[in-house]
Design a protein around this ligand. Structure first.
Ligand SMILES: NC(=O)c1ccc[n+]([C@@H]2O[C@H](COP(=O)([O-])OP(=O)(O)OC[C@H]3O[C@@H](n4cnc5c(N)ncnc54)[C@H](O)[C@@H]3O)[C@@H](O)[C@H]2O)c1
Ligand SMILES: O=C(O)C[C@H](O)C(=O)O
Length: 337
């Protein structure tokens, strides 16, 4: 459908940078006391491009902040209790949102909508009021709906900038690299896969045909690999047996994506990773948000890359993805309207 994109699909992990020329960047984590929030805050404390870290939660953030603040990196850390949201957001350039409830076995991500939609809407409204220029990174599920909820909330407030809103789909990319490496025996650094679409079961579309080591996988091995990438979240939910969903791998993925955005904001060129953004790619089919390779720059989204050539199997996956994604997005919009 589209010409194959020439961009590199490698997943940049959080790396060390010289901070001498880096600008000051205050990052807020909303939901910092949770299963994702705590390790994510620790990993962000370890990123030299973060100069100040504001940790907010309705429960426990000051304790997490006191703990993380002892790590001997340069950034400052402050914790904010439930009634201090505006203070937590003041002056922030990046707001990462892992606030909300996780799944239990037997639930879909969409089953979280009733609880998480209002949490995300209220946090987005506060960001729009206090830090309208902040980049917002949404982790809370269902991502396919919570990102449109944030967009619609900011639109209502007259401050929506589509270049600054991201659904974090990095865990799908992390899983795809890991699982493909298990099939091929090659290290994950050589098995990077662009994963497009959304973040739930059939809306997750791994483009194995565009990878050197994945393009010839077929038959049962292909089907099982795609299924594992699409339903990797369920694997963790089942193994945790009622105690939640992925937290540690998600913290790694969230810190990786935040690190990529920080590098783009700081002027590094060609930082190109998959993320769920307001996108023209399938807008003609009524799908306003879509995850694909995006180049990140000082103002957030710099370029949304074409999907590239799809194999017949991927065309089929895409045909399954789009109607569900469209429904999920419309549900998010409708909640705010
Ligand atoms: N995008 C992804 O790939 C991905 C991966 C894993 C989990 N998730 C999602 O992330 C969310 C969090 O998962 P978790 O395991 O950390 O859950 P958790 O229950 O361990 O933590 C959630 C935290 O959010 C806090 N919270 C609730 N309401 C809040 C509010 N109004 N303001 C601030 N904080 C609030 C809670 O107090 C809690 O500390 C879930 O919705 C989960 O489905 C997304
Ligand atoms: O599976 C979940 O509910 C959490 C997350 O979206 C994941 O992919 O691990």
């Amino acid at each position: 459908m589209f010409a194959r994109s020439a961009v590199r699909t490698a997943l940049p992990v959080a790396r060390s940078f010289s901070t001498s020329s880096a600008r000051q960047t205050k990052v807020a984590v909303l939901g910092a006391g949770g299963g994702i929030g705590q390790p994510l805050s620790l990993l962000l404390k370890n990123n030299p491009l973060v100069t100040a870290l504001n940790l907010y939660d309705i429960r426990g953030a000051p304790g997490v902040a006191a703990d993380v603040s002892h790590v001997d990196t340069a950034s400052t850390v402050q914790g904010f209790a439930a009634d201090k949201l505006d203070e937590a957001l003041d002056g922030t350039e990046i707001v990462v949102i892992p606030a909300g409830v996780p799944r239990k076995p037997g639930m879909t991500r969409d089953d979280l909508f009733n609880t998480n939609a209002s949490i995300v809407r209220d946090l987005a409204a506060a960001v729009g009021r206090v830090s309208p220029k902040a980049h917002i990174l949404v982790i809370s599920n269902p991502v396919n709906s919570t990102v449109p909820i944030v967009a619609a909330t900011l639109e209502k407030a007259g401050v929506f900038d589509p270049k600054r809103l991201f659904g974090v789909t990095t865990l799908d990319v992390v899983r795809a690299a890991r699982f493909l490496s298990e099939v091929t025996g090659a290290p994950p650094s050589e098995t990077r896969v662009t994963v497009v679409g959304g973040h739930s079961g059939p809306t997750i579309v791994p483009l194995l045909s565009q990878t050197k080591l994945g393009k010839d996988i077929s038959g049962d091995v292909y089907d099982k690999l795609v299924y594992r990438i699409q339903f990797g979240g369920d694997e963790v939910v089942k193994a945790k047996d009622g105690a939640g969903s992925a937290t540690l791998s998600m913290a790694y993925a969230g810190a990786t994506f935040t690190g990529s955005l920080l590098r783009g904001i700081n002027g590094e060129k060609d930082v190109t990773v998959p993320t769920f953004v307001k996108s023209p790619l399938y807008a003609s089919e009524g799908v306003d948000f879509f995850s694909s390779l995006v180049t990140l720059g000082p103002n957030g989204v710099e370029k949304i890359h074409p999907i590239g050539d799809l194999s017949a199997a991927e065309e089929k996956l895409m045909a399954e993805c789009l109607p569900t994604l469209k429904t999920n997005i419309e549900k998010g919009y409708a909640f705010v309207a």
